[in-house]
Design a binder for this molecule. Structure first.
Ligand SMILES: [Ca+2]
Ligand SMILES: [Ca+2]
Length: 597
């Protein structure tokens, strides 16, 4: 045993100098699922050593292979990639994959590999809470907020404390927060056994007989109710980019919005017109994108809390109908408002939001006409538009995948043909991404800012499509996207901070809280992820603050830096984290033996 360990250690030292790197999903692989490691070779001469691979257990016994391999082309920094497919190995255990003298980190095959994963993401959500923040055990942003950009009400105080900070900054948006709330509710509805109860409603340790994912979703719903206090006031945003002036903790945020440092923050309504208090304006055209998201979250919330809290559920149902009416009255997109910088969430689509809202209202009320409306919107935007594209503006097509099609498919009131049509819409989008995925990593998304969200959404849509149809044709690419997020990428790093424990993940995320309290404070946070080199080079104010440990892997068309100065690739994001809860919750059930659903 000692001799074997020494041999393994020597191999590892040798591979540290090598140009061959075997990347794996550090969380693990499901016994019944695809299992692929990717060898990334930085120079093509070294790649000639790669003719076969094998999998050994930790005692050095070969359990799979040697298996012949062929090059799968260049990708980014990898002059050559090889796909090391060991799907045929189903026996649970801990292994290493080796090829050409390089050895992978330990890989785990385990039906319960994803147990606890979705709950881990919630650590980050709690840490992002505004209002009472359980990480700091203190209330943050108590003076939210004063209305702006509304001539009749400007300067009026509205109590809108709550919700979550969007990322490492403390701005708050309804578009991202309502989607985050929705996805957590959906994750619980479809995969309740994937979630535990170890925290209370305030996010403090201690079970309260409510699954923590519902505690978190309720924290979101309560904020959304405050942000839509009556039928004529639909707020969209709290704070603006003047927040970026200081690098403070949320508890000591000294942002000055003209009412003094650390005082009130501005609350923006949806006006349906271009917004921005200073030089830059967004391109808002209506209110439906935001109204639809309110209605979707409220309508699903009403269903999920119907038994637990009938009064709360009844209130949510009334607000869902009211928000939906705003969307009908005022079609178009309501974008976030820029402040001093030209950046904002440039959401252009709104049929997706109204589709989801209508479908959820159909499920909530059992009024069939809502499903007809949902179908009408689905046909207006069958495929989420970034799918198959090279690029997109920042959050231009949001949410990243359209949960509405799935909710239409769930409506047994509709015909088989109608339900099949929306499954076909998913297939069309997935096929467009897969057509671009002819590389060793089998990834076909555009590497725009927040690429990890696209990766997670592609995998989620592929999972939903597989669940709806039983069609396995995108199974490989679905797994490749999930694997990418947990280490099967050129950098060999998990894109979720602190997860898996003992894995490789960001030690220097772009976050003031991480700088002062350590990276573990951001556990569960999904990072933005790699971007096109051109995007990184053209963003304002980005400077790496440390030597780049990934320098050898940042030579291609996409870059990623574990550096707190890089807000484009290494910043944890609230909405992306929440969006991932669904997929990780689904993977728990995937690993278990087939039982009735
Ligand atoms: Ca709980
Ligand atoms: Ca949208």
């Amino acid at each position: 045993m000692i001799a074997l360990l020494t041999a393994a250690a020597v191999t590892q030292v040798a591979s540290a100098d090598s140009a061959i790197f075997i990347r794996v999903n550090q969380v693990g692989y499901l016994p019944n699922g695809p299992k692929v490691a990717v060898a990334c070779t930085l120079d093509s001469t070294a790649a000639q050593r790669l003719t076969s691979f094998l999998v050994e257990d930790l005692d050095g016994r070969t359990v799979f292979g040697p298996q012949r391999i062929t090059p799968a082309g260049p990708f980014g920094p990898c002059a050559v990639t090889h796909r090391l497919d060991f799907t045929g190995l189903a026996r649970p255990g801990r292994y290493r994959v080796s090829a050409g003298g390089a050895v992978s980190p330990v890989v785990r095959i385990d039906a319960r590999a994803y147990a606890g994963a979705a709950d881990t993401l919630l650590y980050y959500m709690r840490q992002q809470r505004s209002g009472f923040n359980p990480f700091f055990r203190d209330s943050v942003h108590k003076l939210d907020g004063l209305i702006v950009d509304d001539s009749a009400r400007a300067g009026t105080f509205v109590p809108v404390s709550g919700g979550w900070a969007d990322a490492a900054d403390y701005l708050q948006y309804v578009a991202t927060s309502a989607n985050a709330t929705y996805v957590m509710l959906m994750a619980y509805r479809d995969h309740p056994r994937s979630f535990g109860d170890e925290f209370d409603a305030r996010g403090l340790p201690g079970a309260n007989r409510v699954p923590d994912v519902l505690d978190e979703a309720r924290h979101g719903l309560e904020w959304l109710l405050r942000m839509f206090p009556n039928d004529s006031l639909l707020f969209n945003q709290l704070g603006d980019d003047r927040d970026h002036t200081y690098l403070d903790l949320p508890t000591t945020d000294s942002s000055d919005y003209g009412w003094g440092k650390g005082k009130h923050r501005p609350v923006y309504p949806c006006t349906g017109k271009p917004q921005g208090l200073f030089q830059y304006k967004n391109r808002s055209t209506g209110k439906a994108s935001t109204a639809g998201k309110y209605a979707s979250a409220f309508a699903l919330g009403a269903q999920m809390f119907a038994r637990r809290d009938p009064g709360f559920a009844a209130l949510l149902q009334r607000r869902a109908r009211a928000a939906f009416r705003v969307g009908i009255r005022d079609p178009g997109a309501c974008q976030t408002a820029p402040g001093r910088a030209p950046y904002f969430y440039e959401e252009d689509n709104w049929h997706d939001d109204m589709e989801l809202a209508a479908a959820q209202l159909g499920h909530l009320t059992n009024e069939t006409h809502y499903f007809g409306t949902a179908l009408m919107h689905a046909r207006q935007e069958p495929v989420t538009i970034w799918m198959g594209a090279d690029t997109a503006r920042h959050y231009q097509w949001f949410p990243w995948h359209n949960n509405g099609h799935y909710e239409i498919w769930r409506a047994t009131q509709l015909s088989a043909a109608e339900r099949g049509q929306v499954a076909g819409f998913y297939r069309q989008g997935l096929a467009s991404v897969v057509a671009r995925a002819r590389n060793g990593f089998r990834v076909g998304i555009p590497f725009v800012w927040c690429s990890n969200n696209l990766m997670a959404s592609f995998a989620t849509q592929a999972y939903l499509y597989r669940r709806m149809t039983g069609d396995q044709r995108f199974r490989r690419e679905e797994a490749a996207a999930l694997d990418w997020l947990f280490g099967t990428n050129p950098w060999g790093t998990s894109m979720v901070i602190g997860y898996p424990r003992g894995g490789v993940w960001a030690r220097n995320p772009h976050s003031v809280v991480a700088m002062q309290h350590g990276p573990e404070s951001q556990t569960g946070g999904l990072l933005d992820g790699p971007v096109y080199r051109s995007i990184f080079q053209n963003l304002r104010g980005i400077h790496l603050r440390q030597a780049d440990e990934y320098e050898r892997f940042n030579t291609g068309f996409i870059v990623y830096h574990d550096d707190d100065g890089d807000y484009s690739t290494n910043e944890p994001i609230m909405d992306g984290t929440a969006n991932l809860t669904y997929l990780l919750a689904a993977m728990v059930g995937e690993g278990e033996p087939r039982t009735r659903r």
